[in-house]
Design a protein around this ligand. Structure first.
Ligand SMILES: NC(=O)C1=CN([C@@H]2O[C@H](COP(=O)(O)OP(=O)(O)OC[C@H]3O[C@@H](n4cnc5c(N)ncnc54)[C@H](OP(=O)(O)O)[C@@H]3O)[C@@H](O)[C@H]2O)C=CC1
Ligand SMILES: O=C(O)C1=N[C@H](C(=O)O)C[C@H](O)C1
Length: 241
C-alpha cells in the first residue's frame, strides 16, 4: 500500500518503520516545515494516510484527507471538541476516518476490563474511584486521550459517576465526579491506573506501555484494513472482542 504519513515525530517515525517492514511504501512524511508539500502530491496514488501530529493540527489534516478522498487513520489526541464537526464533514464527503485514543491491543483489553470492573463497583459505595495517567514531558494534552476514554467507560458503567475532572492538586473530590491526575515524567510512553479506594482496601488496575511499538503496529494494521470502508470508525469496528 502507498501510505502518507501526517506528522513525522516520535510516532510517525516508528509507524513508517513498521509500515516499511510490512512491505508498504511511504509516499511522503509531512511535518510542520514541509506541510506545503501536500499541494504537490498525486492523491490518486495514496491508499491511506496515518495522522499522528499535534492536537492543534489534527483537524486541518483530517479535513485535507476528506477533501482529497484519502482514507485516514488518526492517532492524535486532544481534538475531541471538534469531533462532531469532523464527523459531519466525513459524512458529507462520504469519507473514511478511523480514530482511537489508543491503538495498542493491551490498552483495548484494558478498556474492557475497566468497563467490567466499573460495573462490579456500581453498588460498592465504600469505594471512591480515581484515575491517573503518566506520560513523557513532551506530551501536549492533558489528560491523555486514553484517560478520557477510560473515564468515559467508567462513567457509562457506574451510576455513581456522571463526569470527570482533571485534578492535579489535592482539592476535595466532588461527589459524582471522577478525578483524573496527569503526571509528566520521562521517558514514560504511557501508563494508566484506575483505582477504587476504601478505608479497608484498594483495588487497582494498571496498564503500562514499555515502548511505542504497540501503538505503531496497531495503527498500521488498521491502515491495512480501512481502505474501502466508509464513515467514522473505531476500534470496536476493527477488533472482534
Ligand atoms: N492513539 C494512539 O495510540 C497514540 C496517540 N498518540 C498521539 O499522537 C500524537 C503525536 O504523538 P508523538 O508522535 O509522540 O508527538 P511528536 O511531537 O513527537 O510528533 C508530532 C509531529 O507532528 C508534527 N506536526 C505539527 N504540526 C503538523 C502539521 N500541521 N502537519 C503534520 N505534522 C505536524 C510535528 O512537527 P514539528 O516537530 O516540526 O512541530 C511533530 O514532528 C499526540 O497527539 C499523541 O497524544 C501517541 C501515541 C499513541
Ligand atoms: O502522547 C502520547 O505519547 C500518547 N498519547 C495517547 C493518549 O493521549 O492517550 C496514547 C498513549 O498513551 C501515548
Amino acid at each position: 500500500m502507498n501510505i502518507l504519513i501526517l506528522g513525522y515525530g516520535k510516532m510517525g517515525k516508528i509507524i513508517s518503520q513498521v509500515a516499511e517492514e510490512r512491505g508498504h511504501q511511504i509516499v511522503a512524511k509531512i511535518n510542520i516545515e514541509n506541510v506545503a508539500d501536500l499541494d504537490h502530491l498525486d492523491t490518486s496514488k495514496i491508499d491511506v494516510a496515518i495522522e499522528f501530529s499535534q492536537p492543534g493540527s489534527a483537524v486541518g489534516n483530517i479535513t485535507w484527507c476528506m477533501q482529497h478522498g484519502v482514507p485516514v487513520v488518526v492517532g492524535t489526541t486532544g481534538w475531541m471538541d471538534d469531533k462532531d464537526g469532523v464527523t459531519n464533514l466525513c459524512k458529507q464527503k462520504d469519507g473514511s476516518l478511523f480514530y482511537t485514543s489508543n491503538f495498542s491491543i493491551g490498552v483495548n483489553i484494558f478498556f474492557k476490563v475497566n468497563a467490567f470492573l466499573s460495573k462490579l463497583m456500581n453498588d460498592q459505595e465504600a469505594y471512591k474511584a480515581t484515575l491517573e495517567e503518566i506520560h513523557h514531558t513532551e506530551k501536549k494534552d492533558a489528560p491523555s486521550g486514553t484517560a478520557i476514554t477510560l473515564a468515559e467507560g467508567l462513567i457509562k458503567n457506574n451510576q455513581r459517576y456522571s463526569s470527570w475532572e482533571l485534578q492535579n492538586d489535592n482539592t476535595q473530590q466532588k461527589e459524582g465526579t471522577l478525578p483524573i491526575t496527569s503526571k509528566r515524567i520521562d521517558p514514560a510512553p504511557g501508563t494508566h491506573i484506575v483505582s477504587y479506594k476504601s478505608e479497608i482496601d484498594d483495588i487497582t488496575i494498571n496498564h503500562t506501555a514499555h515502548n511505542r511499538k504497540g501503538f505503531a503496529l496497531g495503527a498500521v494494521l488498521v491502515a491495512e484494513w480501512l481502505p474501502g470502508k466508509k464513515g467514522v470508525l473505531s476500534m470496536d469496528d476493527f477488533l472482534d472482542f
